[in-house]
Write a protein of this length. Sequence first.
Length: 162
Amino acid sequence: MGTQPLPAHPAAPRLDYAFTISVTLTRATYLTPSFTGQDRVAVYAASGVVQGLINGKVVPMSGGDWALKRADGVIDFDARYLLELDDGTPVYLQNRGYRWGSAEAMERMKRQEAVADTEYYMRVTPKFEVPAGRHEWLARHVFVGVAEKTPGGNRIHYFVVR
């Protein structure tokens, strides 16, 4: 094994870029310290855009993220909000995932400062609910999101797993 990479597995999935969601978030409300020893952080989706295989917007104030900050410093996301596609289709989105990094990088993100995406890990696994019709493919595939923390929000690049 050593430092040589393992050969590709024949069942390895292929990831194809699908779209990016850039979302602006409201000021965070911190429930801290929590009686459980973990902290809860609530933010709402104030606005945003969807660009790629689907295009549209984040419906303002249609939901948000109620992240749990674990004792080990990992932020455990539970975000839920609505999208409205350019053709008027409403889409319910639920993102679960994690963000972690050095204490310094996490503190800078908390202060809404720019932090290079190489300084932290931020990934999500979304699920979509859509009306019957042309966008059903969103609810029939598994996606992985590679996320970036931006000052005032998040930018998430979604890839469909083939």
